[in-house]
Design a protein around this ligand. Structure first.
Ligand SMILES: [Zn+2]
Length: 427
């Protein structure tokens, strides 16, 4: 009886978890020009739509629309002759399916405490931090765990320094890889964990990327937001900063609009927006941590890779569309990374494309990618991982655990190609 009750209880908790998304629909819309982009963007706050991806080239924009505003949203699209289709009529169905798949994957995959982590599902904050501590204590000659500061809600922000020379050989270039600046982009975590695993276990095809390069790997750049996506709201993107609005009706800053690089130019001053840029550049503790890493190691850091989702793209600055001065060389590095990923990607995902972020995607400001350029990192990129989809329709931010290994492996091939590019130029 007790078991039955606790089963019912946990079942209802899971349901309650995604209740707020019951009846929300995922739209695919075909945007024809910049006026239509502007029109859709202006609907964000009043209709509480959540723009998951913008359309670029032949891809459609993907937008989550709350149940209560479905009709009004469709009215606006119809009146403006914007073509659309409803891709998922109730997103909660897919969220429950993701939970089911993750729970299934979790059975029999308890962590063994041997400084290894599986690529069979998405691990939560506690599991990842435990793993980082195990790696640091198991490989003391190679790995240093750095507690870089506290998040808004007081969680530790932890990263690893991986080096055969304890970071003391200042002639070595550094490659800096970061994920989960945006909390809901779960699929970006396995690649950084995979990079750690490859580097520390020495399971490398090219040992020189470890001998000749020092690595900084920050797997969870936004710990409050990430934890929130696990326990409360799966589609949370920003950090969890409060105090921006009376009664905190809306909270959170888009950390990837909060860096001091053209801050405020192409972002929102409205805290209810998903691209709210904060009170001023570096108003948020999480972006400050990344800034301080770049300031401390900027002169040695030759490549920065900020991993996001989704769209199969490798992007470079500046976010406003002006090309970085060494754009030709940056583009070449991007191509090498894209080619490496495309060679091992799944057949159903499109090839990666490479380009300036504003030209390929949209104008944006306050980006971590651009701040790395400000901090003298010559090769700075955003990865947008593939917009995968499983047979049940799980797509974009939702993750099918069966695909985690593939995404980790193929993204690592890109990171590795980037590291080889750095090695060939700087060592
Ligand atoms: Zn992102």
């Amino acid at each position: 009886m007790f078991l039955y009750l606790s089963f019912l209880l946990s079942f209802s908790l899971v349901l309650a978890k995604h209740e707020m998304y019951d009846g929300h629909s995922l739209f695919e819309i075909k945007i024809q020009d910049v006026n239509q982009i502007e029109l859709v963007r202006n609907l964000e706050v009043p209709l509480q739509i959540d723009i998951w991806t913008y359309s670029q080239m032949d891809k459609k924009a993907v937008i989550l629309v709350p149940k209560k505003n479905l009709e009004q949203f469709q009215d606006v699209l119809n009146r403006n002759d914007i073509q659309y289709n409803v891709d998922v009529d109730n997103i909660k169905r897919l969220m429950d399916e993701e939970d089911r798949l993750m729970d299934e994957a979790k059975k029999g995959s308890e962590r063994s405490g041997t400084a290894r982590i599986g690529f069979d599902r998405i691990y939560n904050l506690t599991e990842v931090y435990t793993y980082l501590e195990e790696v640091a204590s198991s490989y003391p000659d190679l790995v240093t765990l750095v507690n870089a500061g506290k998040s808004f809600e007081g969680r530790d922000i932890k990263y690893l320094k991986i080096s055969t020379t304890n970071f003391e050989d200042t002639s070595k270039p550094i490659v800096f890889v970061e994920s989960l600046l945006h909390a809901r982009e779960w699929v970006t975590l396995p690649p950084t964990l995979y990079a750690i695993d490859k580097l520390v276990t020495g399971n490398l095809t090219e040992r020189s990327v470890l001998d000749k390069i020092d690595w900084i790997i920050l797997p969870i750049a936004n710990p409050d937001g990430y934890e929130f996506t696990h326990v409360q709201n799966r589609f949370w993107r920003k950090n969890r900063a409060t105090g921006y609005m009376i009664n905190d009706i809306c909270v959170g800053v888009d950390l990837n609009r909060n860096f001091d690089a053209n801050w405020g130019a192409f972002s929102s001053s409205n805290v209810c927006s998903e691209i709210f840029h904060g009170r001023y550049a570096f108003s948020e503790p999480e972006s400050k941590v990344v800034r301080d890493i770049l300031r401390t190691y900027g002169n040695r850091t030759k490549m920065f890779m900020d991993i996001h989702s989704a769209g199969s793209m490798i992007l470079y600055g500046w976010g406003n569309g002006v090309l970085v001065p060494n754009a030709l060389s940056v583009h070449t590095a991007g191509i090498q990374m894209a080619v490496a990923i495309n060679a091992v990607k799944t057949s159903w995902n499109p090839n990666y494309i490479v380009g300036n972020s504003a030209l390929v995607l949209y104008q944006a400001s306050g980006l971590a990618m651009d701040y790395a350029t400000v901090a003298d990192v010559p090769y700075s990129f955003v990865y947008e991982l593939p917009q995968h989809r499983n047979s049940a329709g799980i797509t974009i931010f939702l993750v099918d655990p069966a695909l985690v290994q593939q995404f980790a492996m193929e993204t690592w091939e890109g990171i590795l190609a980037g590291a080889k590019f750095v090695r060939d130029i700087y060592t």
